[in-house]
Design a protein around this ligand. Sequence first.
Ligand code: ADP
Ligand code: MG
Ligand code: ZN
Length: 560
Amino acid sequence: MKVLERSFVLTPQDILEKYYGYTEFRPGQKKIIDQVLHGQNTLAIMPTGGGKSLCYQVPALLLDGLTLVVSPLISLMKDQVDSLQDSGIKAGFINSSQDWNETRQILTAATNKQLKLLYIAPERLEQSGFMNQLQRLNVSLIAIDEAHCISQWGHDFRKSYLSLSSILPQIKSQPTIIALTATATTQVAQDIMVRLNIPTDNEVKTGFARPNLAFKVVKGQNKNDYILRYVKANQNSAGIIYAATRKKAEQIGSMLKKAGFKAAVYHAGLTEAVKKKNQEDFLFDRLSVIVATNAFGMGIDKSNVRYIIHAQAPGSLEAYYQEAGRAGRDGANAEAILLYSAQDMQIQRLFAENSDADDKHKEVIYLNIQSMVNYVNTQNCLQQFIVRYFGQDMDECNTCSNCTDDRQETDITVTTQKILSCVMRMHQRYGKKLVAQVLAGSKAKRVLELGLNDLSTYGIMRQQKTAQIEELIDYLTASDYLTLPDPQYPTLHLTELGAQILRGQNTVTRKVALIKSNSANPEDSELFEQLRALRYEFAEKQNVPPYVIFSDQTLHEMCR
Ligand code: ADP
Ligand code: MG
Ligand code: ZN
């Protein structure tokens, strides 16, 4: 490791005040900047909104040569560079939107030391022509933003990032390397460090918890109703609603517009001009809500987003945390709500099946999907669940929906034993659906074909619906009684914990709602009661049975 002992005219603190107008560094920033200034390759892991950009921009201003910023966010490069220039920092970018002439001008500026920062897309470095140009520059630092893209274990793997590990060592000026990411499990972090030649000791990780975010998982509700109600109650706050597909984003967008809200849509199917307009309208508070696919948000710096609703779950807990993390960057309270239904995960599996990923990578995709399923099915603190997933620990947050709900802990040992013994009877060879069907005593074709109706566990949970049993299986998987060792073929297996339950050595509990209510809004049940009272009143007056006035179904609809 090369160590540069040198003194700078200005200190990082000076730069912070002079160019950014901030008085204090955020947690981790100073340490990262110092390491980089000492020529130590560094991995910086900070939550979204933690202030990663400063960690390479401040050194860029202090180091002699050029800082190259590798970023996958071509659409945002211009904005980032503009805002640096506004602060009096000499910066430029090179990407596919420019012609050769523009590119040459930027390169000339860089060669003449007129630039401190140069943003480029990773694909650029793969071009030999560009590398030749680069060799003539004095590059002091290379910052790799969204560094998790280099790892096949990450949720956003990109081939162009992978080639960085062979390209970077070829750069003659031997620049220091700083990799930055908000979402790295222990495994992804290790992968990044190996590939970019970063010593393990040089990882700087700040706390992953976001104490100002209240996480919520909402299941079994009409999503459109929930969204409409929520947006109405929060009309004066900015929010993002994420959908898994363009079609769904469009559908929710027009629903909100029709209801009179200031909403717009953002996804990759729109023209650049429309995307730009919608993004800016949102940034400058001309819209209150934007409905988007995951094409929206990476690198967007809007500090006062008060809520993120996921109308559909994304494909990994990493992606979820990154998207949810866009709320409350200003430190004030915000909500991250996941509206979950089991079909969401089927959409993600469909994406996976149809992706061109190789087998190894597909396996990772399936594992990632499972992490999301585990999240929605845990009954522990949600924030703690996420933080632990990223290899850290924290106390319960006291604000998430699992910490604050008033459900009661119930013993479900016997039910669990039924499920686990059915999995064993089926020789741990089948998935959730078939196990649930056998337990429910279903006459589905596949059950009969396989002769599973002869099993002693067939129909032992007949009083429950297949979907309910599937949900229980999800809960048991999330709680580590069952596992899916082969993500590609999700067949259920018992864990050691599960075996203990079967042997009667332990008990299982689950929190269940005291009163099962379908409405999220207490006012709704009030309305329901009022209408019901009216119905009885009318019925009495007309001397007819109450259901003649209006049915229960109509009553429900009137409350929506
Ligand atoms: P990240 O890339 O980690 O998601 P950014 O670098 O975009 O986060 O920073 C998020 C916001 O925090 C920006 O508005 C940035 O100006 C602000 N910020 C960064 N560092 C500081 C600091 N030391 N003091 C105050 N605000 C900061
Ligand atoms: Mg960033
Ligand atoms: Zn909690």
